[in-house]
Design a binder for this molecule. Sequence first.
Ligand SMILES: Nc1ncnc2c1ncn2[C@@H]1O[C@H](COP(=O)(O)OP(=O)(O)OP(=O)(O)O)[C@@H](O)[C@H]1O
Ligand SMILES: [Mg+2]
Length: 469
Amino acid sequence: MFKSIVSRLTAWYSATLLAVVVVVAGSLYFSLTKILDAEGNAFLRDRIEAVTFILNGADQPLQRLRRRVESEWPVRLHDRTYIKVVDADGTVLASSPQIPPEVESGVLSKVVARNERLAQSSGTRFELTGGRSYLAMVKNVETANKAIRRVTVYAALDLSAENDILARYRMSFFVILGVSLLVVVVFGHRFASLSFVPVRELIDATNKITGTTIKEKVETENLPQELVPLATTINHMAGRLGDSLERLSRFSSDIAHELRTPINNVRGEVEVALLVERGAEEYREVLSSVLEEFTRISAMIDSMLFLARTESPVANMRREKFNLAAEVSNILDYYGASAAEEGISITADLHPSVELVGEKTLFQRAVTNVVSNAINYTKRGGAIKVSTRTEETAVVLSVEDNGAGIPKSDIPNIFDRFYRGDASRSATKLGGFGLGLTIVKSVMGLYNGEVAIESQEGRGTKVSLKFPL
Ligand SMILES: Nc1ncnc2c1ncn2[C@@H]1O[C@H](COP(=O)(O)OP(=O)(O)OP(=O)(O)O)[C@@H](O)[C@H]1O
Ligand SMILES: [Mg+2]
């Protein structure tokens, strides 16, 4: 049941109300008992004062006392006191009529036994077995009258009226408590449910998000303040998912697009070759051209698979230690021959002792792509410089060429998949797909590194790979 926030809130409201009502009503009840108690005591003291006053009077004090105690006081409405005045010998001088026997034996005679309380100004409470209770007081009075001298005044007050008031108070307390609990439970539940309406609306709005509507934002304007961060989070999440979806669909259309041309070429060539009977030499030519196209396609598929691996959200790389200069030298040796053929010189200035930690093949792939770009986009007679520079917490590997350079407008796009500069598209010696720098960037991501490009059209390009140490 308490899995529901609404029920929990209702329970909290009710518990709070219960606590408040109990504390407030309890303290009021406590003060009420104190007040009633004080009134009872004052009332009894008053009577004893009156008795003392009469006994101190000169004019037939005993007769007057008897008249008061035995007839005047009892006939007063609501008088619930019992008075008994006894002299030093134990003779009863005056006594209220019809003192119930249980008051006589249970209250008046007992208050004598508790004579030690005589000095106290407040009375003693007696709870009798019948459920009635009494407040009793006793006082020794020295009178100014020689004939009477010393008397003891017993006074008892029937507390039924006070008890009635308290009982009624308790009764109303429980009624009020019950009713207000009911109100709080019903209304509290209702209000709590109402405050969850926006949550339900948010759920509905979120449920409506699909692949095609993912860019439409969940409305945050009319939401309660507490839900705005949630809605914003949902919007951000949807935004990220939307970007990935977009990238994914762009990606598949890009692949289809990129594959279409070479496959159409192959198909056309084969179709033409099959139109008429041809000689073995011609078939061989067609087959080798087909093979060339397929080699390119399989290289591209290779790169795509490589990217799929390095860009996957769960991508991680093996961690091995390798020497940066050694790996770069190997790559330069490999490319040296073809560069020399193109009349391009390569010089290297590498810090010999820099060790990197990461997957060696990924590193090789990134450097290979950068070096092959430098060779591909540099004309005969060009020069390529490969160097390292160590910083405090990183090492930067730079590959600088004095080739074609990249137009300013292309620079923001060159890391995109399948993006190729116009110049490189028209160049016939190159068969790239525009995946090289994408691969470089994703490898640098796995290394927690950075790639930067500086280039001037017609002057050359410098690609810097920064590896954290
Ligand atoms: N060193 C460079 N000099 C001039 N242009 C460059 C250089 N490096 C990259 N570019 C430009 O950036 C584009 C993207 O490079 P990238 O390596 O991603 O693709 P690619 O070389 O065309 O194809 P791939 O590397 O997949 O074979 C290139 O087409 C080219 O226009
Ligand atoms: Mg390239």
